[in-house]
Design a protein. Structure first.
Length: 386
């Protein structure tokens, strides 16, 4: 058996979902767990799914993905990056963004290499790094700064084993959108040190401030950059598992070897569905972003009325990373909240070693009413504990 697996924790969200399944059946279950948008194509698009009942929907595509989809994505990324993205040389469609991250890390890393991750950190990054046999190095961000990058801490963490850094902006689990000046400094540092930068832009469409939307224009070329992303959050199609990698051509050639070994290609049917959703892109984004903004307003109005919780405002995604005052243990808090109030949050401890007194609230999938009800139950739960 692969010894690396013993270093990898089982997916924590699966455990808490099972707890919620067993919770009080008389209480409506409310989940702040999964980070997903509320609206699927059923709400914003008019698609006859019978159109996919033909042979091409059930055959392999090119390893790199359907050329029509790559053409669309190349045009979209070229506009955001201000340099040309070639659909044949710089793109590969993957079965989801997690697959894109894993394949990118597999491309870059050897045993005992180090990868810098900004903590709090999405736990699947840690799982992937350890599964490959490399070592994640957590660099703690400062809550008081809104969980922004600290370049000095990054510099201090670099060793001769450092091969890559993962940047996720807007960030999961904090919602932080990293400042352009810090990102620019980071890119110069990584270029100088020959450290590869994996840019995960899964939540790029969910930036709540107009001042932060142009950070991709800081990237000048693909020389030491790998961009990973997802269509799941943009179009509300998390179950279709469609992501991508965009990088320099020789990396794409090697990524094709990895993809062909693991999955051959992304689902042909999923790619066909996505191609038919492209014309609804603007409406899909507006529908889900407006829903997120409404839910966020309700979340904030509740948070400010719970003195035992401390939250620093952030400008992206659909997450709130909230401190439990009085050093409450977030794992115990989460288990007890599920068991007594049928409300699921995620404990901060799964996002890094420093965050045992934090919880993550994912509000993207919830209506304003469900956010309000969930927060009222959390407030009642805390009052009953103190």
């Amino acid at each position: 058996m692969n010894s690396n697996l013993s270093k990898v924790e089982s997916p924590p969200i699966d455990y808490f979902n099972h707890l919620l399944d067993k919770a009080d059946i008389n209480n409506k279950k409310i989940s702040f767990g999964h980070g997903i948008p509320r609206y699927t194509p059923n709400e914003y698009a008019n698609i006859d799914f019978k159109m996919f009942d033909h042979s091409n929907s059930f055959k392999y595509t090119d390893i790199r993905g359907d050329i029509k989809l790559r053409n669309y994505l190349a045009e979209s990324l070229s506009k955001k990056l201000n340099f040309n993205v070639n659909p044949d040389e710089n793109l590969i469609i993957t079965p989801g963004a997690n697959s894109a991250i894993f394949k990118s890390l597999f491309l870059l890393l050897n045993k005992n290499d180090e990868v810098l991750v900004i903590s709090p950190v999405y736990f699947n990054y840690i799982m992937a790094i350890k599964m490959i046999g490399a070592n994640p190095i957590e660099i703690n961000s400062d809550p008081e700064s809104g969980f922004q990058l600290n370049i000095d801490n990054i510099v201090d963490s670099i060793t001769n084993k450092t091969k890559a850094i993962i940047i996720n902006s807007p960030n999961n689990p904090t919602g932080a959108v990293y400042a352009n000046n810090a990102l620019e400094e980071l890119l110069k540092l990584c270029s100088l040190k020959e450290i590869k930068v994996i840019f995960d832009i899964t939540y790029y469409e969910y930036i709540h401030s107009n001042n932060d939307t142009n950070y991709l224009s800081l990237l000048k070329n693909f020389e030491n950059i790998i961009i990973t992303g997802s269509f799941s959050k943009t179009f509300g199609i998390t179950g279709l598992r469609i992501g991508y990698i965009s990088t320099k051509s020789n990396y794409i050639d090697d990524l094709c070897k990895i993809q062909d070994t693991i999955s051959i290609c992304a689902s042909s049917l999923s790619q066909q569905i996505l191609l038919n959703l492209i014309k609804y892109e603007k409406l899909a984004i507006e529908t889900n972003v407006n829903s997120v903004k409404s839910s966020k307003e309700i979340l904030i109005s509740n948070l400010i009325n719970i003195p035992q919780l401390n939250w620093v405002h952030t400008n992206g995604a659909f997450y709130a990373f909230v401190e439990l005052k009085n050093n409450m243990n977030s794992w115990d808090f989460t288990e007890n909240l599920i068991n007594t109030k049928s409300v699921l949050v995620l404990p901060g401890s799964i996002f890094g070693t420093k965050w045992k007194s934090y919880i993550r609230l994912a509000y993207g999938a919830l209506s304003s009413d469900d956010v309000d009800e969930g927060m009222k139950r959390i407030k009642l739960f805390i009052e009953e504990q103190t």
